[in-house]
Design a protein around this ligand. Sequence first.
Ligand code: ADE
Length: 311
Amino acid sequence: VQVMPEIREYNGNTLSYVTDGEEEELGCKLFKKYELGKLLGYGAFAKVYHARDLRTGESVAIKVMSKQRILKKNLTAHIKREISILRQLRHPHIVRLHEVMATKTKIYFVLEFAKGGELFGKIAKGRFSENLSRKYFQQLISAVEYCHSRGVFHRDLKPENLLLDDDWELKITDFGLSAVSEQIQPDGLLHTLCGTPAYVAPEILAKKGYDGAKVDIWSCGIILYVLNAGYLPFNDPNLMVMYRKICKGQFRCPKWTSPELKRFLTRILDPNPNTRITIQEMINDPWFRNGYEEIKYPTDNEFEFKNSSEG
Ligand code: ADE
């Protein structure tokens, strides 16, 4: 297959198994409620399995995290934050958190199952047309705007966190690194170094304090570039060279990119966070606006009503 070795290679570098001694296995029953299926993916702190709700037969994704690792890495506050954030988010393009369970050693997040798997699984087969790139970008921005307006920043937006449901619609997952505005330092900026090399904004690399919203916008720009081009805008086998390219914000678009998209990308991938495009400006951009319909989602009140009437 003619694909982007950069992306595959990069994925390969970030993967590491979590072993806790007791492994979940295919067909095992969790809390007499879910039957565990195959492993869907894994990261530094978690594994994600497909599972079936034994009562309804519904498919779910279960994210398993070892408590020991969480405690060792002092991530308890982090995880608690992830839980409270995810529980609040209700948007058609964000993976829903159904419930959280725990054993002595592990935490289980029961998530909405995104049947289509990783968006990048599809992109690895080539690149997307400008129209399809726009459709997914609009869905991404709709979800990001929803989060930002609630003071929630993802801070680790990258293709692995973008999934597709059975209608080929986008679902963002994994808010493990997201920060709520309460975590903001007295200077109003976030300070932790986190994120993924190819997708992190220049201000993070420069180890300056940063604005979570601006950082997410940058990552969205990288994602848009990759959707359209099929490869990364800033890349080099040598990480230092890649960082330098990111900080200069110099990139070239492939020949098939329209002038409108090129202009738009230049506004997003602006290394200066203060002049970088805002979400509101994005939504008003002629390239972005094309066919854009604001997504209507139920209000929290409507959800409360639905939940209580279900009894
Ligand atoms: N991989 C990680 N999270 C997932 C989810 N919610 N659905 C499907 N695959 C996933």
